[in-house]
Write a protein that binds this ligand. Sequence first.
Ligand code: UDP
Length: 240
Amino acid sequence: GKSSYKWQRVLLKVSGEALAGDQMQNIDPKITMAIAREVASVTRLGIEVAIVVGGGNIFRGSSWAGSSGLDRSSADYIGMLATVMNAIFLQATMDSIGIPTRVQTAFRMSEVAEPYIRRRAVRHLEKGRVVIFAAGTGNPFFTTDTAAALRCAEINAEVVLKATNVHGVYDDDPRHNPDARLLETLTYHEVTSKDLSVMDMTAITLCQENNIPVVVFNLNKPGNISRAIKGERVGTLIEG
Ligand code: UDP
């Protein structure tokens, strides 16, 4: 049913780094549980939630290619497989608290998850299930941010909510400049022309071309994920 919130259907992007928390392990179960609980709280309100997970906590293709002699495509396929590990972990966590969840992979891994089928993904969402998209776009040389923008456009979600370890986009690096200001709103043009490190160029232009707003926010602040999904003001909003 229709919810009375700002968005009816959202695409939540969770980076691998965010899943790692401050743990030495690749995944912090406290983080996945926090995500599961907050997502549960909003699906109960009737908001449909699809998730794209990153894999940088386990393997990042670009940093292995070259240095290791690994070709970029092979490295990227390993990176995509890493996102599947995160997806299954997150799904199991959601399962454990009773949230119906499906994982769909961009390349076939039929024993482990459904293949990505757009109409089926939409059907799951309509039935109140959370859909986790894994393996990025299925193509090397892309990122899971681009996968988030792509899946968002495909399933007609209204916004990409990018959950990160920072509060949003700043006018300078807050780790080095204590006076750096959090920018509450930005245009796509400002992001690309000032080379603000929000998303890679492919991802941000895909959002721009399809008029998909992007919210960058900190998932470590309790309640922020549900606030972002409900359309409350958090972090930085990028649009128009
Ligand atoms: N990747 C890819 N194609 C995609 C998405 C991801 O090749 O469409 C690979 C790439 O090697 C990337 C890795 O998967 O480094 C993990 O994804 P990403 O770096 O986007 O994860 P995040 O930064 O969100 O943790």
